[in-house]
Write a protein that binds this ligand. Structure first.
Ligand SMILES: *Cc1c(COP(=O)(O)O)cnc(C)c1O
Length: 346
């Protein structure tokens, strides 16, 4: 039986070209700065993002943590959204390892934080307060329906940060999904960030890896913090080779994932017992709810699983589906048929 795995865009396997690139990768010891393939990936990534330098890391979580550790010292504070990945799903790393204080404010449904809210969260000078150092943005916003923050919004936040002497970090795990959806060059979305981290192993289908970008000085320090976390890797060109292929070949096709996500959302909207908002999907992530009382989400997930379709439960009534490389329009139709049948029979 064929499996249609919509749990995440991290389930992708490397493409044949990636496997070939991995096989042929020129290698050295990257902790000595001698892995030519890793260096090439870092150069390509920095150029693509419009930054001076880059460093490859093991994961998006490590990328964000390395950046926060590089920007902040102990007892300094980071302003970030209450539905941000860094706050919800990164195991409290900034507090655990950096003694850094997260200050959450409400994420609006479109993934933004209101400017007034950010402004109100910035601390004044007072011996009682932690010092605010950094604002984190997430683009696309995972928990907020994969929505894309616009260059205009990012510019406004950056202007506020600059005015108040703060840094901006961009969790750009899926930054290319945002660029493709908004039809802008990715640099339009990165230019307002002092640092950013993006994933090679999500929509871009590489098996492992993320890249952190910033100024030369910032990256030198980030490299040191990566080492602190045990993230200095040796013949890391094995990973970087697939990353280069990801950047060169896998970005433009993301529109296909967005079209498929929209197709899925429209189909779900027509199925009685399920609800979806918003119906207009911006990128490759959709969330929907089971509103029918006749079955539970657990049961729905199990029944779909029995038909070879995997969807992620993310709450008592909430589900997530993510489209990616390897998921076709036909797979979406099969999923909709299975969902429709399961709901009808319940
Ligand atoms: C997945 C994700 C991360 C973390 O990436 P990992 O490689 O899973 O550690 C960070 N931010 C966002 C928005 C993500 O979706």
């Amino acid at each position: 039986m064929k499996t249609i795995d919509l749990r995440s865009d991290t389930v992708t396997l490397p493409t044949p070209t990636m496997r070939e690139a991995i096989y042929r990768a020129e290698l050295g010891d990257d902790v000595f700065g001698e892995d030519p393939t890793t260096k090439r990936l870092e150069k390509i990534a920095a150029e693509r993002m419009g930054k001076e330098a880059a460093v490859m890391v093991a994961s998006g979580t490590m990328g964000n943590l390395v950046c926060v550790l590089t920007h902040c010292r102990r007892a300094e504070e980071v302003i970030l959204g209450n539905r941000s990945h860094t706050f919800l799903y990164e195991a409290g790393g900034m507090s655990a390892l950096g003694g850094i204080h997260p200050h959450t404010i409400v994420n609006q449904p479109d993934g933004t934080m209101r400017l007034e809210d950010i402004e109100a969260a910035i601390r004044g000078h007072n011996v009682h307060f932690p010092r605010t150092r950094l604002i984190c943005l997430e683009n696309t916003h995972n928990r907020c329906n994969g929505s894309a923050l616009t260059p205009e919004y990012m510019e406004t936040v950056a202007a506020l940060a600059k005015d108040r002497g703060l840094m901006v970090h961009l969790d750009g795990a899926r930054i290319f999904n945002a660029a493709v959806a908004l039809q802008v060059d990715v640099k339009e979305l990165t230019r307002h960030a002092d640092s950013l981290s993006f994933c090679l192993s999500k929509g871009l289908s590489a098996p492992v890896g993320s890249v952190v970008c910033g100024t030369k000085e910032f990256i030198a320090e980030a490299r040191r913090n990566r080492k602190v976390l045990g993230g200095g890797m040796r013949q890391s060109g094995i990973i970087a080779a697939a990353g280069i292929t990801a950047l060169e070949q896998m970005v433009d096709r993301l529109t296909e994932d967005h079209t498929n996500a929209q197709r899925l959302a429209e189909g779900i909207a027509r199925i009685t017992g399920l609800s979806i908002e918003p119906e207009k999907v911006q990128t490759n992530i959709i969330y929907f709810n089971l509103v029918s009382q006749r079955l539970t989400v657990e049961k729905l997930v199990t029944q779909l699983n029995n038909k070879g379709i995997k969807i992620l439960q993310v709450g008592p009534t909430r589900l997530r589906a993510v489209t990616h490389y390897g998921i076709s329009a036909e797979d979406i139709d099969l999923t909709l048929t299975a969902l429709g049948q399961t709901m009808e029979k319940s």
